[in-house]
Design a protein around this ligand. Structure first.
Ligand code: HEC
Length: 200
């Protein structure tokens, strides 16, 4: 029973086992309907069995939060891990902040109807940004990650080109919506983890 309290590595079955064994003892000892001087002993036994069962039940109930906590601990981040060295991670995250900045600036100038400023801002987050990425990094990351990354840079380039030719505010907003659905799906699918020092 101490395993129910002591360790979190416990299965619900092992917590229930005291209850099961108490039931078995009760079954083995037969009914409590003995006669004569056995009756008092039987009653006492019945009482202590009841007490034991109550203790076992309480212990089981007390262990439930621990079991629930354990299962939430094993429910890890389901996103695919992308292992990068600290410097590669730094470059990638800096690129992410450039994306975010570009989106904020595009929204700002679009709200002010200064569409002529959109191309310069959008192209900062276009394929030009890939120049900072080492080809080694591209080899390390999953194919789906690379594809989504290239598509996002391409969408910024397309937005720049369209805005140059005179996009409406509505068109720019629609393009931003499409770009940001890439941000959302990549973030939903992948997470970064630090690779060992050897892969620096
Ligand atoms: C190809 C995949 C991918 C795409 C596309 C992508 N991101 Fe990210 N981004 C990531 C990953 C992975 C992280 C690290 C998050 C993590 O580990 O939970 C990240 C982190 C970030 C961060 C945190 C930066 C920091 O300094 O910690 C920001 C901000 C961000 N992304 C913005 C964006 C925006 C805006 C877009 C769309 C224009 C975008 N990202 C598109 C993969 C992507």
């Amino acid at each position: 029973m101490s395993s129910c309290f002591g360790s979190k590595a416990v299965s619900p079955q092992s917590c229930l086992s005291p209850l099961i064994s108490i039931k078995a003892i009760a079954r083995e000892r037969g009914s409590f309907g003995e006669t004569g001087c056995d009756r008092r002993r039987s009653l006492n036994r019945a009482r202590s069995l009841f007490l034991l069962a109550t203790i076992a039940l309480t212990a089981t109930m007390a262990a439930v939060p621990a079991i629930a906590q354990q299962s939430s601990m094993t429910k890890r981040d389901p996103r695919e891990a992308v292992a990068l060295s600290p410097s590669e991670m730094g470059t990638l995250l800096a690129g992410m902040r450039t994306y975010l900045e570009a989106i904020q600036e595009i929204i700002e100038v679009t709200a002010e109807s200064k569409i002529a400023r959109v191309p310069a801002i959008a192209s900062k987050a276009g394929s030009k940004l890939l120049q900072t990425t080492s080809p080694m990094t591209a080899l390390k990351v999953p194919l789906g990650f690379t594809a989504m990354s290239l598509d996002t840079h391409d969408k910024f380039d397309q937005l720049a080109k369209k805005a140059e030719q005179g996009s409406s505010r509505t068109e720019i907003l629609a393009d931003l919506g499409a770009i940001m659905s890439n941000c959302v799906s990549c973030h939903a699918s992948y997470r970064l983890v630090a690779a060992g020092r050897h892969s620096n």
